[in-house]
Design a binder for this molecule. Structure first.
Ligand SMILES: *Cc1c(COP(=O)(O)O)cnc(C)c1O
Length: 406
């Protein structure tokens, strides 16, 4: 049986995903190609993961060279590639300490544990609660679904992990009321990804920093989706002049190789002493080789300037697209190459129509379509994507205009 003929009905995978009926077999830059040669312009990038597109020669070279040396050693031994990547991450950010993980949720688990341990090590184990924000997404482990606070992810999995207090997105009074003697940290995505590309106003981010300073709290930024060049800066917090104490990263840092990291100031990490945390795979040499290769490109002079230029062009084209399809598109949202089309209808049809037009995009919330192209796209990919979005919007608009079936 060819991979393309595996249907949902015959699959033995847990049916937790509504998978599109295409199997992507190979990729070249911003293009993903099925076994029968159908080419898709990939503006989903594996949900903001393939930051440098598919089969980038520098990443392929780094991974295959490492694969011929050694694959895995565990954290029982010194890892030069990991030391190097951690140092580079610190030099390019607010951070002074790094812990490598395999995924975003694990990076957040580390961030949550670190914030709690910070207070416990100072003699305040009662300060373990973390304030999070409505619409958040922090992962699918038991703690991170509690942090995200979305009932549909929490229901049926036993008692919700204690210690998370959720407040509305932009509500100063509720936020202040949620901070108490047991609060350890505030945790937020600077731009909500899964929640629908909602940007936290700069004024709110600045206020979070002030509140953390005033109450001795840790400020945790979840930059798993916004990070590693996605918004046109290395990390989104650089746009706002507000630095966190702890930051989780993943997705784009591996360029497609599964990895994540928790970054922190030395003070924030001070409770994470010998034996307090661990991982078998985190910091694996293959991941570290790819992570270093991703940074070679993203931190090269001029790369992020180019991302910003491309993003501006895409955004301008999307504004025109919105004007052409006022019946379908309500608003353009987001920052850099993390953009969203807020629709006047559900997003599932739009994603399918875009795919039919040869463009891969990702749904967010109920009515937002995310564009998360590889950061390496140029003018031609922007023009091609907008032409395909125009087709998709036209098809969705035609559906909307049809009188409802009797
Ligand atoms: C994807 C994502 C996560 C979870 O990452 P996984 O690698 O799926 O565990 C957490 N937070 C944000 C903001 C994300 O976008």
């Amino acid at each position: 049986m060819s991979t393309a003929s595996v249907s949902a009905a015959s699959s033995v995978l847990l049916p937790t995903y509504a998978r599109a009926p295409i199997a992507l077999e190979r990729g070249e830059g911003a293009w993903a190609i099925t076994a029968d040669g159908t080419r898709y312009l990939d503006f989903g990038a594996g949900i903001a993961v393939n930051s440098l597109g598919h089969a980038h020669p520098h990443l392929v070279e780094a991974l295959t060279a490492q694969a011929q040396r050694i694959w895995h050693t565990s954290n029982l031994y010194t890892m030069p590639e990991g030391e190097k990547l951690a140092r580079r991450l610190c030099e390019a950010t607010f951070a002074e300490r790094v812990f490598f993980t395999n995924s975003g949720a694990e990076a957040n688990e580390c961030a949550i544990k670190m914030a709690r341990k910070y207070h416990a090590a100072k003699g305040h184990p009662e300060r373990y609660r973390i304030v999070t924000f409505e619409g958040a997404f922090h992962g699918r482990t038991l703690a991170t679904i509690a942090a995200g606070g979305q009932q549909k992810y929490i229901d049926g999995f036993g008692p919700k992990v204690d210690g998370f207090d959720q407040v509305p997105f932009d509500d100063e009074t509720a936020l202040k009321a949620a901070i108490g003697p047991e609060t350890a940290a505030l945790m937020i995505e600077p731009i909500q990804g899964e929640g629908g590309l909602r940007s936290v106003p700069v004024r709110v981010l600045k206020q979070l920093r002030e509140l953390c300073d005033e109450h001795g709290l840790m400020l945790i930024f979840d930059e798993i989706q916004t990070g590693v060049g996605r918004t046109g800066k290395f990390f989104a917090y650089e746009h706002y002049g507000v630095a966190p104490d702890i930051m989780s990263i993943a997705k784009g840092i591996g360029g497609g190789f599964p990895m994540g990291a928790c970054l922190a100031t030395e003070a924030a990490a001070s409770g994470m002493t010998l034996g307090t945390h661990g991982t078998t795979f985190g910091g694996n040499p293959l991941a570290m080789a790819v992570g270093n290769a991703v940074l070679d490109i993203i931190l090269a002079p001029g790369f992020l300037d180019q991302v910003q230029k491309t993003a501006l062009r895409l955004r301008q084209s999307l504004a025109q697209l919105k004007d052409h399809h006022p019946d379908v598109i309500e608003e353009i949202r987001g920052e850099g190459l993390m953009l969203g089309l807020k629709l006047k209808t559900l997003n599932t049809d739009f994603v399918a129509q875009a795919r039919a037009a040869g463009l891969l995009v990702v749904a967010a919330g109920d009515d937002v379509v995310r564009l998360l192209p590889p950061l390496i796209i140029g003018e031609s990919e922007v023009a091609e994507a907008v032409a395909r979005l125009d087709k998709a919007a036209g098809a969705v608009g035609a559906e909307l205009a049809r009188p409802a079936a009797e």
